[in-house]
Write a protein that binds this ligand. Structure first.
Ligand code: MLT
Length: 394
């Protein structure tokens, strides 16, 4: 028996495991430390009422013979796919067919699983800094990875470069970790580039619900030609606080065809073989996000997080610290003060302010010297963290 030796090429542990380990070790040594965690992008507000009511009602249905459900439809229930289709139409003016939408337990799983349907010979193009899942899942498969630099000069929004060609291109906008977001013209350059090179874009739209500026893109299908070169991933985690409930979706347009094979067909084959769908109550809960009450309630939650981002960015403004994000994004990406390294700043914040953030270096070489704070925290704790940071760095 041989193992998949590609795993030996991975870093010892996942970035957020490292941070949790370091934080827990500090807490164990300093039990009185009142630690505020603004590291991992995990939500803190509970599910909204419309969602919880739907969750309860659907769980009750599962306990009654007449309404009990066994295995669900392969791609997800029609009521949820239709609700997502309508959301695209209303929010982005994008027309999708329900059968182009595949319900899953989250964007992270699909972003990793989708690789099953692509050859390991493909070259992968990823931005640096990057959400580690794109890199690690390709290392596991042994694919060649090429990095495109994000930096303060390009506002952490790398654009196509004819010298750097990839078969599979990852784009996350609004971006994790930098909070930067592409506008229509910039994303059109990526779509045209993919079409010219016969490449495929994997577009991670997990943070689309934070976009408020009209010139920025929420769905890649707002861009002409994208239906021929892009798969889009999205999740209820950040829209509606489903990080612990688990539900997401992937859009594979009917036009997507490579080497004469429809990608939707391969993805359905993969999913029906290795996945049995998301539970009925979770899908009902997710569909409730798109009801009028659900929309209103999640809008309030999103505003709450936007308010947190404002508190963080106001503190940085006061300190004169450079950052991107915080607007159209729940992440604030800042330059570590006084030329400090990312992990050095992490240690300083942890030990002197008892605030946990994410070191930019954990997202790639170009992230060194930068740091990420999340706006998904509790309001009062975020305020307290901002005060502590100001006090420490003034
Ligand atoms: C993060 O902190 O980057 C997020 O939690 C990533 C994720 O949603 O998996």
């Amino acid at each position: 028996m041989k193992i998949n030796a590609n795993y030996l090429n991975l870093k010892e542990s996942y970035l957020f495991s490292d941070i949790a380990k370091k934080t827990n070790a500090y807490k164990a040594a300093n039990p009185d430390a009142d630690i505020i965690r603004l590291g991992i992008g995990d939500v803190t507000l509970p599910l909204c009422k419309a969602v919880v009511d739907a969750f309860h009602a659907a769980s009750d249905e599962m306990g009654v013979k007449e309404t009990f459900k066994g295995y669900g439809p392969e791609q997800g229930y029609g009521f949820l796919k239709d609700a997502i289709r309508d959301y695209y139409k209303e929010e982005d003016g994008v027309t999708l067919e329900s059968d182009e939408i595949f319900i899953s337990d989250g964007a992270k799983s699909d972003l990793g699983n989708i690789l099953d349907i692509f050859s390991k010979e493909n070259t992968v193009l990823v931005p640096d800094p990057v959400y580690p899942v794109y890199v690690d899942t390709n290392i596991m498969d042994g694919r060649k990875i090429v990095y495109m630099s994000g930096n303060a000069e390009n506002n952490f929004l790398p654009l196509p470069d004819e010298n750097t060609v990839g078969d599979i291109i990852y784009i996350c906008s609004p971006n994790n970790p930098t909070g930067a977001a592409y506008n229509h013209e910039q994303l059109k350059l990526w779509v045209d580039y993919a079409l010219v090179h016969g490449a495929l874009i994997l577009f991670d739209a997990a943070y689309e619900s934070f976009v408020t500026s009209k010139e920025l893109v929420r769905s890649i299908y707002e861009i002409e030609g994208a239906r021929k070169c892009a798969i889009e991933f999205c999740s209820f985690s950040k829209i509606a606080g489903f990080t612990g409930t688990r539900c997401g979706w992937t859009v594979v347009p009917a036009e997507l065809e490579y080497e004469g094979v429809k990608l939707g067909k391969l993805w359905l084959r993969r999913q029906t073989t290795k996945f049995n769908g998301v539970s009925y109550p979770v899908q009902r809960a997710a569909a409730a996000v798109f009801t009028p009450e659900g929309r209103k309630q999640i809008a309030e939650n999103l505003d709450y997080y936007r308010g947190n981002a404002k508190i963080i960015t106001a503190a940085l403004d006061e300190l004169g610290i450079w950052y991107t994000g915080g607007v159209n994004s729940p992440y604030v990406w800042l330059k570590c003060p006084n030329g400090m390294g990312s992990w050095e700043f992490f240690d300083l914040l942890l030990t002197k302010a008892n605030v946990v953030g994410t070191p930019g270096a954990g997202f790639g070489a170009m992230g060194e010297g930068f740091f990420r704070l999340t706006a998904f925290g509790d309001r009062e704790r975020t305020r307290e963290a901002a005060e502590r940071i100001k006090k420490l760095l003034k």
